[in-house]
Ligand binder design. Structure first.
Ligand SMILES: [Zn+2]
Length: 146
């Protein structure tokens, strides 16, 4: 059982962010994020964009290829997390979980960084930031667009 007082007396060092486990379809996506590039999949038949990575196009079942995304998007929705006693999240409180609509179309769940949580607004323009989380994966975070 965890409560505020036990969390405050936990002297263990900060825990790293959970890392994804790349699989056959997603490995190129995570590797590109590791290198600071955000990819989306584009259908070679109907030109639809999609994420998360899949074997085929969701719209027409056609073949897909990874293409580099602009990294720009807008906040579709968000919530401010003010309670989370699990490491490493408790070290970030308050933090923002946001749904970001990428310019290319796919909607991505991520964290908003470099921003006062109380200043976040739906429709806010954001741009990608990158964080390495393992030897073979990075993740995309978002910050207010400059
Ligand atoms: Zn398609």
């Amino acid at each position: 059982m965890s409560d505020a007082s036990s969390a405050q007396t936990d002297e263990r060092p900060a825990k790293p962010r959970p890392a994804p486990i790349p699989d056959h379809d997603s490995a190129p996506y995570w590797k590109a994020l590791h290198e600071g590039r955000l990819l989306v999949q584009k259908c070679l038949d109907c030109n639809e964009f999609q994420l998360y990575p899949r074997d085929r196009c969701l719209a027409c079942r056609g073949p897909v290829a990874f293409v580099e995304a602009s990294g720009r998007g807008t906040i579709y929705s968000f919530t401010v997390i003010r309670q989370n006693y699990a490491r490493p999240f408790r070290d970030w409180i308050p933090y923002v979980v946001a749904l970001v609509d990428l310019e290319e179309g796919p909607r991505l769940m991520s964290n908003l960084v470099e921003c006062d949580p109380d200043a976040v607004q739906v429709g806010m323009a954001v741009e990608a930031r990158f964080e390495v989380v393992s030897d073979d994966a990075g993740i995309a975070l978002f910050a207010p667009a400059k």
